[in-house]
Design a protein around this ligand. Structure first.
Ligand code: GLU
Length: 271
């Protein structure tokens, strides 16, 4: 009886483990996406220009989304399907680690810290941190943030970056960009810091706010995949390179960033 109970609990634990998303440690990602003819992507939903839910048709749209579709086409062929699962800065790595998504494309900076737990594709976008402030703000650059309150986003790297450049700044971290912009507009903070493309998108939607201070970090974005998935990672890398070399990449850059006032989109072109 006792033995049976032990066996049953062991079986239950194994079922629980395999039931929590797909296994991500056995090099199977490429096989899985080919079998289902689908890549499931973790994407964000609150970043104009990169990935924003369009309330008119409930579709998520932006540069990251078009890149995900293009990579899927390269990896699986023209009939390959995409599925998008909404993530936040905080949930994007857990979603990947739990096997709920095959890859994450979400303005995610390639950092040594993150590379300890996940792998990244070649960089597909050269971003850098900058500042968003009210139009009448006296803040000119990141060094003016000492003694000020700076708004960042939970789970992204802006909080650490501010501490490096302006150690005397007080940083408050918000759940998402909606909350962060409301906090800035209601003067709970003096500036919001994040990546240039993201902040230009927010400035375009919020005429009372402006981008300032230039870009003070280098933040190459990568597509995140699980560790031990060399076949899938190589396929994603080949896809990114092909998209860049074919001219499709530059077309997407122009499509999403070509009309953004003050943003030098040509600097992002693949040459
Ligand atoms: N690129 C930064 C990061 O990966 C910030 C972008 C974001 O808010 O997700 O942490």
């Amino acid at each position: 009886m006792k033995k049976n109970f032990c066996l049953l609990s062991l079986l239950f634990s194994v079922l629980l483990l395999v039931g929590c998303g797909r296994s991500v440690t056995d090099e199977s990602a490429l096989k899985t996406v080919r079998q289902s003819n689908t890549i499931t992507w973790g994407v964000e939903g609150d970043k104009k220009l990169f990935s924003l839910i369009d309330v008119r048709d409930d579709q998520v749209k932006g540069f990251d989304i078009d890149m995900a579709k293009a990579v899927t086409r390269e990896v699986l062929g023209p009939k390959g399907k995409v599925k998008f699962i909404l993530a936040t800065s905080q949930s994007r790595i857990p979603l990947l680690k739990n096997g709920n998504v095959d890859a994450v494309i979400a303005t995610m900076t390639i950092t040594a810290e993150r590379e300890k737990i996940i792998d990244f594709s070649h960089s597909y976008f050269n971003a850098g941190k900058t500042l968003l402030v009210p139009n009448d703000s006296k803040i000119k650059n990141v060094h003016d943030l000492n003694g000020k309150t700076v708004i960042g986003i939970l789970g992204d790297n802006s909080v650490d970056v501010v501490k490096r450049f302006a150690p005397k700044a007080k940083v408050i971290a918000m759940q998402d960009y909606g909350q962060a912009v409301s906090a800035l507009k209601s003067h709970q903070g003096d500036a919001l810091t994040s990546d240039n493309g993201v902040l230009y998108g927010l400035a375009a939607e919020n005429p009372s706010l402006k981008v300032c201070g230039g870009t003070f970090t280098k933040e190459p974005y990568g597509i995140a995949v699980n560790k031990h998935q060399r076949g899938f990672e190589a396929a994603v890398n080949r896809a990114v390179i092909k998209i860049q070399r074919s001219g499709e990449y530059n077309r997407l850059i122009k499509k999403w960033f070509g009309q953004v006032p003050g943003f030098n989109y040509r600097r992002l072109y693949y040459k």
